[in-house]
Design a protein around this ligand. Structure first.
Ligand code: F0G
Length: 436
């Protein structure tokens, strides 16, 4: 069924072999060569301040597509925007980093909190577009491989749309909050004996053979939605581009979407210069950083192992798009250790903001580049927090309660008798600025 509400026609083609496809035929990857697909829509009629005013004017909407921090940017999205499945999502805050900014050595660091989306991660921005598309094409079922957040998001949006959903999750490396969400929202949850890369291989093959609609970030509709993180962040900076945007990098869907969004924003005259992207990987799962160090002459694959389970990925699917984003923005890919990730997380959490471990990698990456003198203290830096503090309660409690020796920012719980004397002793131990 063709879309009836789109603003201008959308085209879909393969970035590898050039095949041109019908945008609503249900392909998430090229059926000819397996390459990544690219969506295009004619540039919007408005640009610059007029376009910015159109976007801002929708922000006060109480319901419908305009109330969504994704669909209010629809002129810049190559997606059918008729009967959308929306909670709404997006419209997340850009916060001053507080203690976390001081920890990173950038007093002006600001944090875009994508963990405050309806299912607690940035995935909702892509999923509203992906599920809207799935319903438009009449998909019999939708599926994804996931380290957890995509599964949680897919499960919720599929439930709202009334489309059956299957999610493939690594059996032993999924954070508790994410597994709980997938189960709660009613997705058929497959705990795969293997890592994320094995899950993705499986679901790609299954989608191809069984005609299920694939909603991983290789699906170009997902990336259209994720572009709006950048549009909204730029809007919150009054369209004055920051010097740097830092984000965690795993399967590279978001790195790809950020590069695309910056290209779109520049072409629409919304910004007059492009920020540098800082993509941050965990040392134990850093194939993209390895390629970056060699000037992207070759693609690497690794067996991943990091505490930040969301980015525990060894063979990123959006590699080519990720490379383009880093090249286009004069970007950098760096790595941080698990200990640095956990300390950055404790700093973000102690600022009252909170995030999951993978998100904190972005802040740890900023600190690393400050230490290396690449980011200077006066730089305008925005870090993107991709997931909510409650996504991974086990890693969180382990850090504060169990790890030996006591980590620098641990907030050890204190067991007491139910006496005012014990309570008072705890009160006396508090400094003016909190427990730490
Ligand atoms: N941060 C969080 C919280 C994530 O869940 C992910 C990816 C990333 C960062 C990395 O983004 O893959 O686009 O480079 N999570 C996927 C999932 C893989 O299945 O939920 P990316």
């Amino acid at each position: 069924m063709p879309p009836t509400h789109s603003v201008s026609p959308i085209t879909l083609s393969c970035s590898r072999c050039g095949s041109v496809l019908a945008p609503h035929a249900g392909h998430a990857e090229c059926p000819t060569c397996g390459g990544l697909l690219e969506l295009r829509r004619a540039p919007p009629a408005l640009h610059g301040p007029a376009l910015a005013r159109l976007f801002a004017g929708r922000r006060g909407a109480l319901d419908g597509a305009d109330a969504s921090g994704v669909w209010r940017f629809r002129e810049l999205l190559a997606a059918a925007d008729g009967d959308v499945i929306t909670f709404p999502e997006g419209n997340t805050p850009l916060l001053d980093g507080g203690i976390a900014a001081r920890w990173a050595g950038i007093p002006g660091l600001r944090l875009k909190h994508e963990g405050l989306n309806p299912t607690g991660s940035f995935k909702d921005r892509g999923m509203t577009v992906g599920i809207t598309q799935a319903r438009l094409i009449g998909a019999r079922a939708v599926a994804c491989a996931s380290t957890g957040n995509t599964a949680a998001s897919l499960a919720a949006y599929a439930a709202r749309a009334g489309v059956p959903a299957l999610v493939c999750i690594p059996a032993h490396r999924v954070a508790l909050g994410k597994l709980a969400q997938a189960l709660a929202y009613g997705a058929r949850t497959l705990l795969v004996r293997g890592d994320f890369d094995a899950c993705l291989r499986l679901v790609r093959e299954a989608a191809h053979r069984l005609g299920v609609y694939l909603l991983n970030s290789v699906n170009p509709y997902r990336l259209e939605g994720q572009k709006t993180i950048v549009f909204e962040l730029l809007e919150q900076c009054a369209w004055q581009a920051p010097d740097w945007i830092a984000l965690p990098a795993g399967n590279l869907g978001n790195t790809a979407a950020f590069g695309m969004a910056l290209r779109d924003a520049r072409e629409a005259n919304l910004i007059d210069r492009v920020p540098r992207l800082l993509a941050v990987q965990a040392e134990g799962a850093a194939p993209f950083a390895e390629s970056f160090r060699e000037g992207f002459v070759s693609r690497h694959r690794v067996t991943p192992n990091t505490v930040a389970t969301a980015i525990n990925i060894g063979d990123p699917a959006s590699y080519d798009r990720g490379v383009r984003s880093i090249r286009d923005t004069n970007g950098i890919v760096t790595t941080v250790s698990d200990a640095e990730i956990l300390e950055a997380k404790a700093a973000v959490d102690a600022a009252g903001i909170g995030c999951e471990p993978a998100s904190a990698a972005a802040v740890a990456g900023v600190k690393r580049l400050v230490r290396e003198g690449i980011i200077t203290a006066g730089s305008r830096v925005v870090g993107v927090l991709t997931g909510h503090v409650l996504k991974d309660p086990e890693a969180l409690v382990r850090y504060h309660r169990d790890i030996q020796p006591t980590p620098a920012l641990a907030n050890r719980p204190i067991e007491i008798d139910a006496t005012v004397k014990d309570f008072e002793r705890a009160l006396d131990g508090l400094g003016t600025g909190g427990a730490r």
